[in-house]
Write a protein that binds this ligand. Structure first.
Ligand code: C2E
Ligand code: CA
Ligand code: CA
Length: 604
C-alpha cells in the first residue's frame, strides 16, 4: 500500500528518506507506531527520543552543521518528563527559519478546540491523530517537510534580496559620488557646481546676498597634453586644483567643470573681492611650479567673472554658467590680464551671444533640413540673355522666420559648420541642374563657397562625382570665392581651383575691391571672372569716386583676360553706365530679386 503510494512520487520518497526527523513519542517502540511506519518507509535518519535535552541537542547540531539540520520535529502531545507545548513555543520563537513541528495526539477527540489553538500558537504546522493510517501520515509528513523547504527558500531569497539591495545602495552612493565629483582631482563636478549655484541663486534672491562665479579656462591645455603626455597633463591638473583650493576663501566651492575648465563659486562676496581673487589666481597660475615634473609651467588662464546680484536677471544655474563661459571667451581676446567681468550690456557680449544663438540655429537647421536654395539672375549685357543664376542659401526656422546667410554664415564659419553648408549647397545645386527639363539645359549656376571649403578634398570629390554621375556639363557651374575669405592654405586652394577649372568649371572672385589686397588676389588665383563688390555699384550714378574705381577695375580685369560682373544693380541708370564701362554681366534687384529655385524655374 505504502509502496504504491510512494511510487507515484519519487521525489517525495527521496525527500522522506534523507530527512532528519526527530520523533519524541513515548510509544515509539510499540508496534504500528509512527516511528515504525517511517522506518518502514525507508527513513534512515530518524532520531527517537523522549528527552527534552536530546531534542535540543539535535537542533543545536543542526544550527552548527547544515548537514545535521533537523528537517522535522514530531512531538507527542503528552510526554511525562516535560511540557511539550512550552518546548514547542520556545523552539519556534528562537528558530525563525523554522524546523517545522508536528504534533501527534493521543487519540481522536483527545484535544479540545482550545488545546488545538494553543498547539498552533505554540508553532505546530500540523496535527496527526491516532490511530495513524500510513496513507494519511506520509503525505502529511511530506507536506511538513516541503513547508520547511519553502520557508528556507523564502529566507534565502529574502537574504539575496537584502544583499542585492545593499549592493545597489553601495553602487548608487558610488555613482552619486562620481556624478558630483571629478575622479582625477577629487574636486566637485560641474553637476555639483550647478546644484550649488541653484542654492546661491535662491540665497541671493531671498536673503539679498551677492555671490560670484569665477569661470577659469586653461589656455592651450591640449598642447600641454600633446607635448608633455597625458600623465603629466593629469599631474598639472591636480596641481592646478590644489592651487585653486589654496587661493580661494574657505566658503568657496571649487569645481572641475570641463577637461581644462574650473569654476569657483563664492557666496557673500562683493565685486572687488571677486576680481582680486581672479587676479591672484591669474598671477599664481602664470608661475605655477609642478614639483613632480621639477619645472615651472607658466600656465595661461582666461578668467570670466559673473556676479550674482539680488534682484538681477540671473535666472538659472545653467544661465550663470553660460555667462561665465561667455565672459571667459571675451577674456581670451584680451592681450594681458585676461580677466573679464560679465556685463550683459557690453556690445562684445551681445555679439557673442548672437553668434552662439546663430550656431545653435545652424545646428538645428542642419539636422532638420531647414535650408532652401534661392536663385538670383545674372544678366549678360552683350545680348541681355538671362540663363545664369547665383545660388543663395536661405534658412527658414520652425517659427517660419527666414534668415539671410549674411546673419548665419559667419556663425557657421566660426564654428566650423560651414563645411556642412557648403556640402549641402553644392549637393542640392547640382541635383537642381540634373532635374531641369531639356529646354532648360542652357541654365548655369554660380555657387558661393566658403574660404577654406576648397581645402577640403571631400568637397572636390563630391563635385567631380556628382557632375560625372548626372552627366552635367561642368561649364554650367561657376564657383564664387569671396575676396575677404580667410584662405588658410593658399597653395592647396590654388591647386583645387586648377583641378576644377581643368574639368571645365569656372571661377569668380566675389566682393572684389573690398579687401586690402584685391590685386594680389587676382594674381594668386587663376579665375575667370571678377565680381565687383556691390558697395561700389549701389550708388554708382551719384558717386564719381566709385565711377573711377569701377572703370579701373574693369580695365584691369579685361587686361588680365577676365570677365566682369557687377552686383547690387538697383536701377536702369546703373545698367546704362556699366554698359559704357564694358561690364560683361549685371546682377541686382533691378534685374531680379532672389527667388526660391523651384518657383523661379517652374519645378513643381
Ligand atoms: P554675396 O555673395 O555678395 O551675395 C549677394 C547678396 O546681395 C545676397 O544676399 C543678395 O540677396 C544680395 N543682393 C542681390 N542683389 C542686391 C541688390 O540689388 N541690392 C542689395 N542691397 N542686395 C542685393 P544674401 O542672399 O543675403 O547673401 C549674403 C551673403 O551670404 C552672400 O553675399 C554670400 O557671401 C553669403 N552666401 C549666400 N549664399 C551662400 C552659400 O550658399 N554658401 C556660402 N558659403 N555663402 C553664401
Ligand atoms: Ca556671391
Ligand atoms: Ca558679393
Amino acid at each position: 500500500m505504502f509502496k504504491e503510494l510512494i511510487k507515484t512520487n519519487a521525489d517525495a520518497l527521496d525527500a522522506l528518506k534523507n530527512a532528519r526527523i526527530v520523533i519524541a513519542d513515548e510509544r515509539n517502540h510499540e508496534q504500528g507506531s509512527l516511528y515504525e511506519m517511517l522506518l518502514e518507509a525507508g527513513c534512515n535518519r530518524l532520531i527517537s527520543t523522549i528527552s527534552e535535552e536530546t531534542i535540543l541537542e539535535s537542533l543545536r547540531q543542526g544550527y552548527r552543521h547544515e548537514s545535521q539540520q533537523v528537517d522535522l520535529l514530531i512531538l507527542s502531545s503528552s510526554i511525562e518528563n516535560f511540557d511539550v507545548l512550552q518546548l514547542s513555543q520556545n523552539i519556534s520563537k528562537r528558530d525563525a527559519s523554522g524546523t517545522p513541528i508536528l504534533f501527534l495526539s493521543q487519540g481522536s477527540g483527545w484535544w479540545d478546540e482550545n488545546q488545538l489553538l494553543t498547539a498552533y500558537q505554540a508553532g505546530a504546522v500540523d496535527l496527526l491523530m491516532r490511530p495513524l493510517r500510513i496513507t494519511e501520515v506520509i503525505p502529511r509528513i511530506n507536506l511538513a517537510l516541503q513547508y520547511r523547504h519553502e520557508r528556507k527558500h523564502r529566507l534565502n531569497q529574502e537574504e539575496n534580496l537584502n544583499t542585492e539591495l545593499s549592493e545597489r545602495r553601495v553602487m548608487e552612493t558610488r555613482l552619486n559620488y562620481l556624478l558630483n565629483h571629478d575622479e582625477l582631482t577629487s574636486l566637485p563636478s560641474r553637476h555639483r557646481l550647478e546644484s550649488a549655484l541653484k542654492i546661491s541663486l535662491s540665497k541671493s534672491h531671498n536673503l539679498h546676498r551677492t555671490c560670484a562665479l569665477l569661470y577659469i579656462d586653461i589656455d592651450h591645455f591640449r598642447i600641454i597634453n600633446d607635448t608633455l603626455g597625458h600623465d603629466n597633463g593629469d599631474k598639472i591638473l591636480i596641481r592646478l586644483a590644489d592651487l585653486l583650493k589654496k587661493s580661494s576663501p574657505d566658503n568657496a566651492l571649487i569645481a572641475r567643470i570641463g577637461s581644462d575648465e574650473f569654476g569657483i563659486l563664492i557666496d557673500d562676496v562683493d565685486k572687488l573681492v571677486a576680481m582680486d581673487l581672479a587676479l591672484l589666481i591669474y598671477q599664481e597660475l602664470e608661475t605655477l611650479v609642478c614639483e613632480e615634473m621639477d619645472t615651472q609651467m607658466n600656465v595661461n588662464a582666461n578668467i570670466g567673472v559673473v556676479m550674482i546680484h539680488p534682484g538681477t536677471d540671473n535666472k538659472t544655474a545653467s544661465e550663470v554658467l553660460a555667462r561665465g563661459d561667455q565672459a571667459c571667451h571675451i577674456a581670451k581676446n584680451r592681450s594681458k590680464n585676461r580677466i573679464y567681468l560679465f556685463n550683459h550690456n557690453d556690445p562684445e557680449i551681445k555679439e557673442l551671444q548672437q553668434n552662439r544663438q546663430c550656431v545653435t540655429l545652424v545646428r538645428k537647421a542642419i539636422s532638420n533640413d531647414w535650408f532652401e536654395l534661392y536663385l538670383q539672375p545674372i544678366v549678360n549685357l552683350s545680348d541681355n540673355s538671362n540663363s545664369h543664376y547665383e545660388v543663395l542659401l536661405r534658412l527658414t526656422d520652425n517659427t517660419g522666420e527666414t534668415h539671410s546667410p549674411a546673419n548665419f554664415v559667419p556663425a557657421a564659419e566660426s564654428s566650423g559648420l560651414i563645411h556642412k553648408l557648403d556640402f549641402w549647397v553644392v549637393d542640392h545645386a547640382l541635383s537642381l541642374l540634373e532635374q531641369l527639363p531639356l529646354d532648360h539645359a542652357n541654365i548655369s549656376l554660380s555657387i558661393n563657397l566658403s574660404g577654406d571649403g576648397l581645402e577640403t578634398p571631400a568637397l572636390l570629390e563630391l563635385i567631380k562625382n556628382k557632375l560625372a554621375y548626372h552627366s552635367i556639363n561642368p561649364s554650367r557651374i561657376m564657383f564664387e570665392l569671396t575676396e575677404t575669405a580667410a584662405v588658410k592654405d593658399v597653395q592647396k586652394t590654388r591647386e583645387t581651383i586648377a583641378k576644377l577649372r581643368a574639368i571645365g568649371c569656372r571661377f569668380a572672385i566675389d566682393d572684389f575691391g573690398t579687401g586690402f589686397s584685391s590685386f594680389n588676389y587676382i594674381k594668386n588665383y587663376p579665375v575667370d571672372y571678377i565680381k565687383i563688390d556691390g558697395m561700389f555699384i549701389q550708388n554708382l550714378v551719384n558717386e564719381p569716386t566709385d565711377q573711377i574705381l569701377v572703370k579701373s577695375m574693369v580695365d584691369i580685369a579685361h587686361n588680365l583676360g577676365k570677365k566682369v560682373i557687377a552686383e547690387y544693380v538697383e536701377n536702369q541708370e546703373t545698367v546704362n553706365l556699366l554698359r559704357t564701362y564694358g561690364v560683361d554681366y549685371v546682377q541686382g534687384y533691378h534685374l531680379g530679386k532672389p527667388m526660391p529655385a523651384a518657383e523661379l524655374l517652374g519645378l513643381y
